[in-house]
Design a protein around this ligand. Structure first.
Ligand SMILES: *Cc1c(COP(=O)(O)O)cnc(C)c1O
Length: 456
């Protein structure tokens, strides 16, 4: 057995500091990790790329080692090793970032401590007076951060219905510094035309940065960079990790200059992902393919079950989705999140309280199935008036489908629907009660919802 390989240069602790590199703006910075070179050879299909990694470990470790070290020794003559300080770069994080670049159609990827951390890094590109054009059904945390920037940093934010291109075109101008998109949105599952809107934004202002939050689909099902976006980012807390045991965010770009600006913020604020979490995320990504396939197959079954029984279901896997064709032009799958309404908040509450397998939880992307009422949980930070204005009704239920057996998931849901009085269960009939009263105030339906509670 051979001993550990000695580093080539002398390692005299703190005697020297690596050669200082300058970033684009001429700031002195520690050397950044080597830019990703994700495609040294042949490019495989995504299911293969997710699993296949090229490492250069000295012992041939098949799992990337966790470099649990904050500092790295430098040469006394100022010659640099590739790493000096983990805030600036860490080998485990670099391995993750290169792997991500490969699967996100990027030349450079950056890993940070959460999805919101990723958006924070992106919005640091903005200056007071800059305008941001974005959707009206945003992730709650995104909404909150934009509101903070509008209140404190002089950023002007336009919320428009991004499913309606003229509404977007109307507010785009030479002052638009950023177009921020989500598709599909959560929980209303609205789809926007990423390619068309990116082109329009770049036409209005060639310097406009188009950023797309790709959390709902993951790189397995959609690549915003291939559709004209400048930045694709996502909460890796969701599908990329897949087990709700790590929080992380990732950013991907094709433009090296933009990548360097984002890296500057990450290094300046210290939000790079820790070695341990980078390792966990690398492990999660290996099973993204099988997880996502199973999750969206299950979700399709659940969506069809609910729709056949008369519920208004929002899911791009259903032909009834108003942007079905658009979605399938830009994505390779429908994902595993749907929402549906019952027309009555109290009934929705009873459904959520009645299921057993479906855990009540915010978030999504986990291997187990989750149920929630967005207005009570993930979207509670949006005030009631705004929620109402944007069509986020109080009775809305969101399902995030996991990898369990689809029959078990449907049985559990069916039992809860019956117990909650959401369906008419007279013999030969199993249909949702009138679903036309969508006001979501809990008083809408005059139906008797409790009478048949225990018939099945
Ligand atoms: C969860 C989520 C985020 C925020 O990510 P965190 O990792 O929780 O910070 C951003 N966008 C979407 C669409 C999300 O679902």
């Amino acid at each position: 057995m051979s001993g550990p390989q000695k580093p080539t240069g002398p390692i005299n602790g703190h005697l020297g500091k690596a050669v200082q590199a300058s970033d684009l703006d001429g700031n002195d910075l520690p050397p950044s990790p080597a830019p990703s070179s994700p495609h040294p050879g042949r490019r495989y299909n995504i299911a293969t790329e997710l699993v296949y990694t090229e490492g250069h470990d000295q012992y041939g470790a098949s799992s990337t080692p966790i470099y649990q070290s904050a500092t790295f020794y430098q040469n006394p003559n100022g010659g640099g090793n590739e790493y000096d300080y983990t805030r600036s770069g860490n080998p485990t994080r670099t391995q993750l970032e290169r792997h991500l670049a490969k699967i996100m159609s990027a030349t450079r990827c950056l890993a940070v401590t959460s999805g919101m951390g990723a958006l924070d890094v992106i919005t640091r590109l903005l200056r007071p007076g800059d305008e941001v054009v974005t959707g009206d059904d945003l992730y709650g945390g995104t909404n909150r951060l934009l509101k903070f920037l509008a209140t404190n940093n002089g950023i002007v934010v336009h919320h428009v219905d991004t499913t309606h291109p003229p509404a977007v075109h109307r507010v785009l101008s030479s002052k638009t510094a950023m177009l921020l998109l989500e598709s599909p949105t959560n929980p209303l599952i609205k789809i926007c035309d990423i390619r068309d809107l990116s082109e329009a934004a770049h036409a209005a202002n060639p310097k406009c940065v188009v950023a797309v939050d790709n959390t709902m689909l993951s790189p397995m099902l959609q690549n915003p960079l291939d559709l004209g976006a400048d930045i694709s980012y996502e909460s890796a807390t969701k599908y990329l990790s897949g087990h709700h045991d790590v929080m992380a965010g990732v950013l991907a770009v094709q433009d090296a200059g933009l990548g360097e600006k984002l890296y500057f913020s990450i290094n300046s604020t210290g939000c790079g992902l820790s070695p341990q979490d980078s390792w966990l995320l690398l492990r999660g990504i290996k099973t993204l393919g099988v997880r996502m396939n199973q999750q969206q197959q299950n979700c399709q079954r659940v969506a069809e079950f609910l729709e056949t029984h008369g519920f208004k279901v929002r899911y791009p896997g259903l032909k009834s989705h108003p942007q079905y064709d658009l979605h399938w032009r830009q994505a390779r799958g429908a994902g595993a999140v749907l929402s549906f309404s019952t027309g009555n908040t109290a009934v929705s509450e009873r459904i959520v309280g009645g299921v057993k397998i479906w855990a009540i939880s915010v978030s999504f992307g986990c291997v187990n199935s989750l149920i929630s009422m967005p207005c009570r949980m993930s979207h509670a930070s949006i005030d009631e008036a705004t929620r109402k204005e944007r069509g986020l009704t109080e009775d809305l239920i969101r399902l995030c489908v996991g990898i369990e057996d689809a029959d078990d998931l449907i049985d559990d849901l069916q039992r809860a629907l019956v117990q909650a009085g959401a369906v008419n269960v007279t013999p030969g009939d199993f249909q949702a009660f009138s679903n036309d009263n969508d006001n979501g105030n809990g008083e809408g339906s005059s139906r008797e919802h409790t009478a048949r509670q225990t018939q099945i």
